[in-house]
Design a binder for this molecule. Structure first.
Ligand SMILES: [Zn+2]
Length: 367
């Protein structure tokens, strides 16, 4: 038996052990930081229950009280230094891993964006881009309505409760508000400013401007707290129409819808109205068009009915006119609206609407 083995280590030996644990620990952490994927293990090795620091700690019991105090302080300082070094290196390692991941997942977008060449204008050999299917559809809709004598109006995407609900005949606690899962903004009084759930607030802006008569369509982006699925997106597009003049009747509404349908889809596609409910129109209707895929024969898309529901419409509720100071005895009008994404989906025969927001260039360049 050697004397060292039988007698407990003295203060000098313990302090030397602290020093060596500190030195080894620093080196071990630095090496691991430079070797991908090994840092977490090294951290456990240097600071964990089986670390050199932990074994030195076990030696403190063999020292006299004064030596224990000195060695304990040295050990605490060494542990603190190693912990700080480990934290610093951990951040460095995480950042390096993030960079590596980004580099690995990176797409060369300049290469992807090369489309069909369009000589002689394209000196670089690169083709031109194209508008998104939804934008193309919106442009076509605007063109169709402009040709019918409508103006195009736009409004803000962040609205107050008044424009999005109240002025549209939906006072606070009106059950129809439940039809929309609204996204509110942290702005002003809680629950007063929101991302518009439909394009209808633009109607109120137009009516407030007070320039009658009105023949306008209002395309734009809308927001609802919907989980994306094959037929819903939380950010989507609507186009809304509003006509206000003297002597406007439900017959005018039906006529405009039919004229739009044949003009947009072609002469083989017609429209029909079915009674429905909307808070801001009375009477209200849903409008359907001949299924553009089967041309009315019945198919999977139209569930065999030959018709596809496109949107809602109706005569402007007198309460809406009163809310903006227009005399409902002198003026009447109608409004209609439908989803642009939905229309694009039907026309392009997309089974899943989420394809519109995947940003897969192979999908988008088909249109
Ligand atoms: Zn069909």
């Amino acid at each position: 038996m050697t004397p060292q083995a039988s007698s407990p280590p003295g203060l000098d030996e313990v302090l030397a052990a602290v020093d060596s644990a500190l030195r080894d620990g620093r080196r071990r952490l630095a090496e691991a930081a430079a070797t991908p994927g090994s840092f977490a293990a090294a951290q456990r090795e240097v600071l964990g229950k089986r670390s050199a620091l932990a074994s030195v700690n076990a030696l403190l019991g063999g020292l006299d009280p004064d030596g224990r105090r000195q060695a304990g302080a040295a050990l605490g300082a060494a542990r603190k230094e190693l912990e700080e070094e480990a934290n610093r290196l951990e951040a460095v390692v995480a950042e390096a891993e993030r960079r590596q991941r980004v580099a690995a997942e990176r797409l060369d977008l300049t290469e992807m964006a090369i489309g069909p060449k369009t000589p002689p204008l394209s000196h670089s050999g690169r083709g031109v881009g194209r508008l998104h299917l939804v934008t193309q559809t919106r442009d076509e809709l605007e063109d169709t309505f402009v040709a019918m004598g409508f103006a195009v109006a736009e409004g803000p995407e962040a609205e107050t409760d008044w424009y999005n609900f109240e002025a549209l005949n939906m006072p606070p606690a009106h059950p129809a508000r439940g039809m929309w899962d609204t996204l509110y903004l942290r702005l002003g009084e809680p629950g007063t400013v929101l991302l518009r759930t439909h394009t209808s607030p633009v109607q109120i802006h137009l009516l407030e401007a007070g320039e009658l008569p009105i023949y306008a369509v209002m395309p734009g982006r809308c927001y609802r707290r919907d989980t994306p699925d094959a037929r819903h997106l939380p950010v989507f597009h609507q186009i809304e129409g509003l006509v206000v003049d003297r002597g406007i009747t439900f017959g005018d509404l039906a006529g405009v819808i039919e004229a739009f349908t044949t003009s947009f889809f072609g002469p083989a596609i017609h429209s029909r109205l079915r009674p429905s409910y909307f808070p801001f129109t009375e009477p209200s209707a849903e409008f359907e068009v001949t299924c553009p895929i089967c041309r009315g024969e019945g198919c999977r898309t139209c569930s065999g009915s030959g018709w596809i529901e496109l949107g809602g419409c109706g005569m402007v509720d007198p309460n809406v006119f009163s809310a903006v100071g227009i005399d409902p005895e002198r003026y009447s009008g109608f409004a209609f609206g439908f989803g642009i994404d939905r229309l694009a989906q039907v026309r392009a025969e997309l089974s899943d609407m989420r394809a519109l927001i995947d940003n897969d260039i192979r999908f988008l360049r088909q249109f």
